[in-house]
Design a protein around this ligand. Structure first.
Ligand SMILES: *Cc1c(COP(=O)(O)O)cnc(C)c1O
Length: 435
């Protein structure tokens, strides 16, 4: 597999280099030089394959000769060791549940695959890989649990004190082993700034092999294509062939992976990018002007992104042609009030509890159907997190209906292990050097 930088179409690096660099020197993003086509036979009979089989087939076709088949198969099977079921809510409405991994969010797909790929590519005798990650909640949990117990890696997570939910904090701070948590007396932006400064510090770079594990890493995108194919396989078993995917979007990695799957040959009628008040992309669709803005805080906080980093990848897939893009994707944004109302409506109609991010994707499917009078396609909205991660959103009967999965019960009562620190780089550097 060869990859180029979106800022330099003539560059080419191999998969291993793209994984460890995360971002090219020229600050573009890595994209596959060629997008492979899955054979029509496979797509036509995809309903006969399991998730691990589909995942291996898709990964193999993307990664090509980046590693031997047996090694890739082992990585895929170890990383994607939980299901991604579609649940039928009514004749044409399906929810794709992506929250059955250890951190209860879809980011487990990317983080688990990336951690194993990184560990695989570390050569014998090399320094331990030091992963630094700043989190506002969901990313840290997925990265921590993704790397937990992975050899030759150490993960340091920075999170803002009192600004993550109780379950998120448990996921970040109760791991031990090769995972440690730093509780910063500040905001997510402070955490991010400390991590960024560490990456450009000479002394730290000399002593450690630092890497960022952030969401633009190509190895996080690859495994997110798997569940789109697998959803299609499940829909075919239900007798459905025409599908519309609605994706709750922040940094646009998730929908970017869906579009990559479509480019590889997955039949999809339409993608909907559903956002909260951070509506840079929906505004772009309306005005033709791409105008990033500072993020605003919402109920669906994992989508509070004003300048989605994966957007250039999507533009790149469509050769920067907005009209071509509009044939495949539509974009729509919703307020917190609409989000809250949607959580209640879904519960009322289907006796099913959605997290606030997922609620936005459901709204977008409803809206799409009305707008285009589409009464036959399967409308699939992606559920990106388990509702128990956002307890503040629910009251009364809904709150009582939120189940607590076993993974979370197992964390309760485990002691919190976190080092508290002011948002001060000298202190953070000292901690990295001396502990
Ligand atoms: C990260 C996240 C999103 C946004 O996904 P992107 O790939 O950044 O668009 C949506 N929902 C939840 C719960 C998330 O954690």
């Amino acid at each position: 597999m060869k990859l180029y930088s979106t800022n330099n179409p003539t560059s080419a690096v191999d998969f291993k280099e793209a994984v460890f660099n995360s971002m090219p020197q020229d600050k573009g993003l890595y994209m596959p030089l060629t997008i492979p086509q899955l054979d029509a036979d496979f797509i036509n009979t995809i309903e006969n394959y399991s998730l691990p089989e589909i995942a291996f087939k898709v990964a193999k076709s993307l990664l090509q000769d980046a590693m031997p088949d047996n090694d890739l198969k082992a990585i895929v099977e170890d990383a994607i060791n939980f299901p991604a079921p579609i649940v039928k809510l009514d004749e044409n409405t399906f929810v794709l549940e992506l929250f059955h991994g250890p951190s209860l969010a879809f980011k487990d797909f990317g983080a688990r695959f990336m951690s194993r790929v990184m560990a695989y590519f570390l050569e014998e005798g090399e320094k331990t890989l030091n992963v630094l990650v700043a989190t506002s909640g969901d990313t840290g949990g997925a990265v921590a649990l993704g790397f937990l117990g992975v050899e030759n890696t150490q993960v340091t997570i920075l999170y803002p004190k009192e600004k993550v939910s109780p379950i998120q904090e448990l996921q970040l701070t109760t791991n031990g082993q090769n995972i440690r948590a730093v509780e910063i007396d500040g905001t997510f932006d402070d955490c991010q700034a400390l991590v960024k400064q560490a990456f450009v510090d000479d002394e730290l770079n000399e002593k450690f092999r630092l890497t960022s594990a952030n969401s633009i890493n190509i190895s996080r995108l690859v495994p997110q294509t798997f569940y789109y194919f697998n959803a299609y396989a499940q829909l075919k078993r239900e007798g459905k062939k025409e599908v519309v995917f609605s994706v709750p979007s922040g940094n646009f990695g998730n929908i970017g992976a869906g579009l990559l799957a479509w480019k590889m040959g997955l039949p999809v009628k339409q993608f909907i990018a559903a956002t909260n008040a951070n509506d840079t992309v929906p505004e772009f669709f309306k005005t033709g002007v791409y105008q990033p803005k500072p993020s605003v805080a919402t109920l669906s906080n994992a989508m509070d992104v004003g300048n989605p980093s994966n957007w250039v990848r999507i533009m790149n897939l469509f050769s920067d042609d907005l009209n071509a893009l509009k044939k495949v994707i539509s974009a729509v944004s919703y307020t917190d009030e609409q989000t809250r109302a949607a959580v209640y409506k879904v519960f009322e109609e289907y006796n099913y509890v959605v997290c606030p991010h997922t609620a936005i994707a459901w709204l977008a499917i409803e809206n799409y159907r009305k707008q285009f009078n589409d009464e036959t396609s399967a409308g699939v909205f992606l559920s990106t997190a388990h509702p128990c991660k956002f307890p503040d959103v629910y009251q009364g009967e809904i709150a009582e209906s939120v189940t607590i999965p076993e993974q979370v019960k197992a964390l309760e009562g485990k002691p919190k292990q976190a080092v508290e620190m002011k948002a001060d780089f000298a202190a953070f550097k000292n901690y990295l050097l001396n502990s």
